[in-house]
Design a protein around this ligand. Sequence first.
Ligand SMILES: NC(=O)c1ccc[n+]([C@@H]2O[C@H](COP(=O)([O-])OP(=O)(O)OC[C@H]3O[C@@H](n4cnc5c(N)ncnc54)[C@H](O)[C@@H]3O)[C@@H](O)[C@H]2O)c1
Length: 252
Amino acid sequence: MRDKIAIVTGGARGIGRACAVALAKEGAHACITDIIPMEETVNEIKSIGRQALGIKTDVSNKEEVLNMVAQVIEKFGKIDILVNNAGTCQRVPLEELTEEQWDRDVNTIMKGTFFCTQAVYPHMKTKGYGKIINITSISGQIGGAVSKKKADVESKRGRSGPAYAAAKGGVIAFTKWVAKDAGCYGIYVNAVAPGGIDTEMTKGFAYPIEDLPISRMGKPEDIAQMVVFLASDASNYITGQTINVDGGWVMA
Ligand SMILES: NC(=O)c1ccc[n+]([C@@H]2O[C@H](COP(=O)([O-])OP(=O)(O)OC[C@H]3O[C@@H](n4cnc5c(N)ncnc54)[C@H](O)[C@@H]3O)[C@@H](O)[C@H]2O)c1
């Protein structure tokens, strides 16, 4: 991946940061976008000897996304890799979920993935090459963890809300649609579905890891390694797929 240009959304911390750093270790230069400060990721990439750009961008704002992509093109002249990672997770039950909370997850996850993909697409088409990787979730396939009948603390462990599950499911369908469109242009589009990963998003929530074949929380680096594979030429006969990286939680 030497001198490939990657954009990683939500790259200030957690899975996004691990993806950006892992891509840089493989030789890529990276543009990190987020709504929170990104200096730590930018500095870590520079310390590896790769170029890094931090651009404050709300992925749910079309103008900001277009502006960010224009800056990347101005600096690097191309975009090879897009990792749509930015996300929020409301853990609010159906009957309490407000329209604003619904919009927050759906706009960040689904609309953000749409805006960023749409913005990089013409640049990838021009070059005849691109790797788009969408970070979805096993929640988008199985609707989150199962809650128990008794409304106790146990029932809420690790359970993401309905807006999150719907948005992540939407990303899986969007991945397939774009993959079918993009294959003829040399653009590959895949998704990664993490299980329970140890980040700010899961802090304070207990996941049923004792039931998993690989009985531990995942690390951001576990996801980053799959992203590296899908961003590399080692995956050049794979498109439209959602690959679970979840310790064996979901088995198709
Ligand atoms: N941690 C898990 O167990 C888990 C499981 C499945 C999927 N995921 C997905 O992985 C991705 C990364 O999550 P994480 O676990 O690293 O959590 P995180 O909260 O540490 O990281 C999410 C990042 O996205 C950024 N972000 C939020 N809204 C944004 C917006 N509108 N525009 C730009 N950036 C925005 C946040 O500031 C943050 O830096 C998310 O899409 C999440 O849904 C996480």
